[in-house]
Design a protein around this ligand. Structure first.
Ligand code: CA
Length: 231
């Protein structure tokens, strides 16, 4: 299933190809632009769901493009890619109205996860059909009744655990970072310890895994986050 249409604006071809490869592998439809003029034209003609914008381009400053796109398409999600140290203060403040930024060099997995997170936040992604029942392996999640079963047995979940299960079940096999989980479950204004996530995952594993210290469903992606293996 094709998810969303992403415009990748990057003049360095090897980097662009790497990004395009990783996005396509995650089922995104991808368009490419090597400079600002081309990028603006593609946004007008093709209405992408999100723009991934490198700041250093041959013809136009990325900041200028971002401002222009913001004027003409106020709802278009923009994720900025920049080299370390490059106008970081300006980017960090997200004064341009960018929805997120990624520093080069980046981990392609993280790039895809961040894009997915922005699309989720801005509701531009194509969500899975809102079926009331999601099944995988021994598990059944009923979103209508908020009930969760393992091998036919009702598993009692706390509100947070239910939200975690629901998020993972809507995104099987997608690595999700701790920060994304914090944002989605605890809210972007939560300033607690990211370890909170690990504590909740541990408790959830005790309820769903046969051997919680060797999880086969809710996996840890070291140095990154978590991933639920679904069918
Ligand atoms: Ca560049």
């Amino acid at each position: 299933m094709t998810e969303a249409k992403i415009l990748v604006v990057e003049d360095e071809i090897p980097i662009r190809k790497l990004i395009v490869f990783n996005l396509q592998r995650s089922n995104y439809e991808v368009m490419e632009a090597g400079d600002g003029k081309e990028a603006i034209k593609l946004v007008q003609d093709q209405s992408p769901s999100l723009v991934l914008l490198d700041l250093m381009l041959p013809d136009m400053d990325g900041f200028e493009i971002c401002t222009k796109l913001r004027e003409s398409h106020p709802d278009l999600p923009i994720v900025i890619v920049s080299a370390r140290g490059q106008d970081m203060e300006k980017i960090m403040g997200l004064e341009l109205g960018a929805d997120d930024y990624i520093v080069k060099p980046f981990n392609p997995l993280e790039l895809v996860a961040r894009i997915r997170s922005v699309l989720r936040r801005t509701n531009q992604g194509a969500p899975k059909p809102p079926g009331n029942v999601i099944r995988t392996g021994p598990f059944i999640l009923e979103t209508k009744t908020q009930r969760f079963y393992k091998s036919g047995q009702l598993v009692k979940l706390t509100a947070r655990e239910y939200q975690l299960v629901k998020l993972f079940f809507e995104h099987f096999n997608e690595p999700i970072t701790r920060d994304e989980l914090l944002d989605e479950i605890w809210g972007v204004n939560y300033f607690g310890d990211p370890k909170t996530v690990d504590v909740h995952i541990r408790r959830l594993r005790e309820k769903i895994e046969d051997d919680p210290s060797h999880p086969i469903h809710l996996k840890t992606i070291w140095g990154f986050g978590y991933c639920f293996q679904g069918e």
